[in-house]
Design a binder for this molecule. Structure first.
Ligand SMILES: *Cc1c(COP(=O)(O)O)cnc(C)c1O
Length: 380
């Protein structure tokens, strides 16, 4: 009951229509796999095939269109689902580091003309490197135009829509076909808690049907999946296992329910706004300090920057210096940024999702980078 209730609360909180269904998963990896499984079923059913029952032999080169910043779990999902990793067609990034939609449309037309199977458009609702949100409203329109599934990976950044300043970038959630989001990231639920949201619960069940065994026939006879059934079997609740890849699962919804009970929707909104502000503060420092260089303008709670002393132009030397700065920060242990690659450059990556992060940590990070950078760039 609490699993179903927590999933409903999240569907609501994230602005999806009440007709959408949600199911907890072990993380973003499986939530994306579930979304891609639904996309596969959709593409096959358009051709009169039940992919779950008949296999996908008849799907000729099932193509997925996405930005190069798409997380590798999407690529792996294509491998696991038998779609073929090579059928992920990545488009270029536009000047704002978002998926280039003109090229995406050209790829779709080209694939249709060649008799391939356009299967899904995948949008990033905050890519994991820089937190940039793809042009989701336009992607939704493009997917609709060609009747292709529209999946959005919001594992990290889906929560970003709770900040009204960035919310418009996510567009109408009613136009998403499936969505992956991780309560174990920004919501700070225990690791092992993802959520797959889908527009069409029936299609999702066809994609992930699990035939009842002789011993659990009653599973499909639960009259009121979220109410209090008289039979203890009724207390198993609705949703799983036809909406994902698990059968027995831990109750992932209870911690989510408890967190939402404690901090409320407003508490979570406040957290997201605060963290988005932190990334902007880092970016402001990086713009102001002559020795720092901002590498990507934060849209959510990620700021990517590097230390760049005057006169240092050799890209390799800058990468080495910043890798050494990162190692030094980790040794000292006061600030623990990660790193990434932005347009070929090694970047220090500050990503704020920890509820305990406060303003002081932001200032420490900048001070520690400056201190380590000065020391390491002048030491022989
Ligand atoms: C974290 C993340 C994933 C993978 O999710 P897990 O919960 O680690 O399985 C996928 N996509 C994005 C955008 C992520 O941030």
């Amino acid at each position: 009951h609490l699993d179903s209730l927590a999933a409903r609360w999240l569907i609501d909180l994230l602005g999806f229509p009440g007709s959408f269904v949600g199911n907890f998963t072990s993380g973003g990896s499986t939530a994306n796999l579930v979304g891609m499984g639904a996309a596969r079923q959709h593409a096959a059913e358009k051709l009169g095939i039940d992919a779950a029952a008949d296999g996908i032999e008849a799907l000729r080169e099932p193509r997925v269109y996405a930005s190069p910043e798409t997380h590798h779990v999407v690529t792996r999902a294509m491998g696991v689902l038998g779609l073929g990793r090579r059928n992920l067609r990545t488009v270029s990034l536009d000047a704002d580091r978002r998926a280039d939609l003109r090229q995406m449309e050209a790829f779709i037309r080209e694939d249709i003309a060649a008799g391939r199977t356009p299967m899904a458009v995948v949008g990033n609702a905050g890519d994991v490197n820089t937190g940039i949100v793809d042009p989701l409203p336009q992607m939704a329109t493009l997917a609709r135009e060609f009747d292709i599934w529209f999946h959005v990976d919001g594992a990290y950044g889906g929560w970003g829509m709770l900040d009204e300043r960035v919310e418009p970038a996510y567009g109408d959630r009613g136009l998403y076909d499936s969505f992956a989001v991780d309560p174990h990231k920004w919501l700070a639920a225990p690791v092992g808690t993802g959520l797959a949201i889908c527009r069409d619960g029936e299609l999702l069940s066809r994609a992930f049907t699990i035939e009842p065994g002789a011993y659990d026939r009653e599973r499909n006879q639960v009259a009121d999946p979220v109410g209090d059934a008289e039979s203890p079997w009724g207390a198993l609740g609705g949703g799983t296992p036809d909406w994902g890849v698990d059968f027995s699962t831990p109750t992932r919804g209870i911690p989510v329910w408890a967190i939402l009970k404690e901090i409320g929707a407003e508490g979570m909104r406040e957290r997201v706004r605060r963290h988005n502000d932190f990334a902007r503060i880092v970016a402001d420092h990086a713009r102001r300090e002559p020795e720092l260089e901002l590498l990507s303008e934060p849209q959510l709670s990620i700021a990517c920057f590097r230390y760049r002393p005057a006169g240092w132009d050799d890209p390799e030397r800058l990468d080495e210096l910043n890798a050494a700065i990162l190692a030094e920060l980790r040794r000292v242990g006061r600030s623990l940024p990660s790193s990434t690659n932005v347009d070929g450059a090694f970047a220090l990556r500050a990503c704020y999702i920890n509820p305990r992060n406060d303003r002081e940590h932001v200032e420490h990070l900048v001070a520690d980078v400056l201190e380590a950078g000065r020391r390491l760039s002048t030491a022989g």
